[in-house]
Design a binder for this molecule. Structure first.
Ligand code: MLT
Length: 309
């Protein structure tokens, strides 16, 4: 009997085609992930579940998933899956760590430009017919110091692009070796040094017990006056209330956030502050990245379901 996969979030059609071509039966129900009860009703019919971020795979869902062997996350973060509950049941959880790295790194760079030149506010003002040429004075990125917290997959690409912009790059990452830092052309520093030296800070770490609140109230006070902070990684890495106060006091000059403590974010202490650029978790939202992650997740899940590899 062919294994059966449920795709419960919006995923490129490529994934569906790959499953079919590989001989895996597939139901594409992209809105199901948002309907917890419906998911609980049907999950027992499937050997595989392919998701993005909307489907929450709780212990309850896993308890109802009597046939489930694999969960495939088309993307990087698996924070929407109860990993201990999945492991306890022997359900494999796989992600696609490389499919959207370039896209997410490019979003971080775009956000850095946007906050340096107040592009969103200038655009709104121009659309309003105000032509406020003197209101929007920006700063250059050239020769500025970028502090990268987390220099792995995505952070490494951000370092590369920033060096291309002739920025000086300092990186804090306990897993970064001296040799790798040298090969990347970045200066490896401790967190306090990064906070003190950086004109821009960008975060590229997952949300774990170690990284939660890494930019805490105390750490925000250690940053250089006039710093601009970019978060395209995960909400919860930065104390949003403390950052909002630092923005209001003028200690922090700007912030560009794609991710928030609570998502979907309908409110945040950062909303409606001047020089805060906000986007709705668009880090992986390009045609190319969505094709990549859909293709990778479908290939990996098919391999596992058909051969156990
Ligand atoms: C990811 O973890 O891959 C990104 O945050 C993108 C997403 O969740 O859509």
């Amino acid at each position: 009997m062919a294994p059966k996969v449920l795709v419960s979030d919006k995923l490129s059609e490529t994934a569906v085609q790959i499953f079919r071509d590989r001989g895996v039966e597939v139901d594409y129900l992209p809105d199901l992930g948002k309907d917890k009860d419906k998911l609980l009703d049907v999950i027992g019919q499937y050997d595989g579940l392919a998701i993005r971020s909307a489907t929450k795979v709780s212990d309850k869902v896993l308890a109802a998933a009597t046939r489930l062997r694999v969960i495939g996350r088309a993307g990087i973060g698996v924070d929407n899956v109860d990993i201990p509950a999945a492991s306890k049941k022997g359900v494999i959880v796989m992600n696609t760590p490389f499919g959207n790295s370039v896209t997410t790194a490019e979003h971080a760079i775009a956000m850095m430009f946007a906050v340096a030149r107040q592009l969103p506010e200038a655009s709104v003002s121009t659309h309003d017919g105000k032509w406020e040429k003197n209101r929007f004075m920006g700063v250059e990125l050239f020769n500025k110091t970028l502090g990268v917290i987390g220099a792995g997959n995505i952070g490494g690409i951000v370092c590369d692009r920033a060096l291309g912009l002739h920025m000086k790059v300092v990186a804090y990452d306990p897993f970064l070796s001296d040799e790798r830092a040298k090969a990347m052309g970045v200066t490896k520093v401790e967190l306090d040094e990064l906070l003190a030296r950086s004109d821009f800070i960008t975060l590229h770490v997952p949300l774990t017990d170690k990284t939660r609140n890494i930019l805490s109230r105390e750490n925000i006070t250690k940053t250089k006056k006039g710093v601009r902070i970019i978060n395209c990684a995960r909400g919860g890495l930065v104390d949003e209330a403390a950052l909002a106060e630092a923005l209001k006091s003028g200690h922090v000059a700007g912030a560009a956030f794609d991710v928030f403590e609570v998502e979907p974010a309908t409110d945040s202490p950062l909303f409606h502050l001047p020089n805060v650029v906000a986007t709705p978790h668009l880090g992986a939202a390009t045609t190319e990245a969505q094709e990549n992650v859909a293709l990778q997740v479908a290939e990996q899940m098919s391999d596992y379901l058909l051969t156990g590899a």
